[in-house]
Design a protein around this ligand. Structure first.
Ligand code: CA
Length: 181
């Protein structure tokens, strides 16, 4: 789901909107140990497009769980957490589920559309979701001096999820909301 006051979309290589964008973590072999899996949002065929037709100078694009801090990755009755930075099995947020998701924009691609420049834009963090502390993660921010009335495309955002040990096999899913404000 995508919300915002400005035009924010995920588009394919022809610039057409992708109605229900999805990213997939690669299949992984379960073991008795915790493990990290990764996925990337965006490549040549799928980019986040930001268009700012109203001249807003300072803005942020952020990503949050659609169901808020109580959300979990779910496969039927099995689930694991996305915002429990205590890492291995010690449940910091008290919901009895372990697991944490990091969003890393260190190697994110950013390009202005047409004549738009990327000046006064800031990205390049690795941030983990943390219940009641970090419920939304900024992907990119524009500061005073950024081009107004411009458009930008973003790709190659790294998602890294820590899976708790002994997690049951399943096709785990979770919904996120991308917001421009
Ligand atoms: Ca938890």
């Amino acid at each position: 789901m995508i919300v915002g006051v400005i035009d924010l979309a995920i588009v394919d290589s022809q610039g057409r909107g992708i109605r229900e964008p999805r990213i997939y973590f690669s299949r992984f072999q379960l073991s008795g140990k915790a493990q990290r899996i990764t996925a990337r949002l965006g490549d040549n065929g799928e980019r986040i497009r930001i268009v700012n037709p109203n001249g807003i100078e300072v803005w942020t694009v952020s990503l949050a769980a659609a169901d808020g801090p109580a959300a979990r990755w779910q496969a039927g009755r099995h689930s694991f957490d996305y915002n429990d930075p205590s890492q291995l099995g010690h449940d910091a947020d008290g919901d009895q589920y372990a697991g944490v998701l990091a969003i890393d924009t260190d190697s994110m691609g950013v390009a202005g559309i047409g004549a738009t420049s990327v000046r006064a834009l800031l990205w390049g963090d690795r941030i983990v979701y943390q219940s009641a502390v970090v419920e939304s993660i900024d992907i990119i921010r524009a500061y005073p001096g950024a081009d107004r009335y411009g458009g930008w495309e973003l790709w190659n955002i790294l998602f890294e999820q820590l899976i708790p040990p002994a997690q049951p096999v399943g096709d785990y899913r979770m919904d996120f909301v991308l917001t421009f404000m």
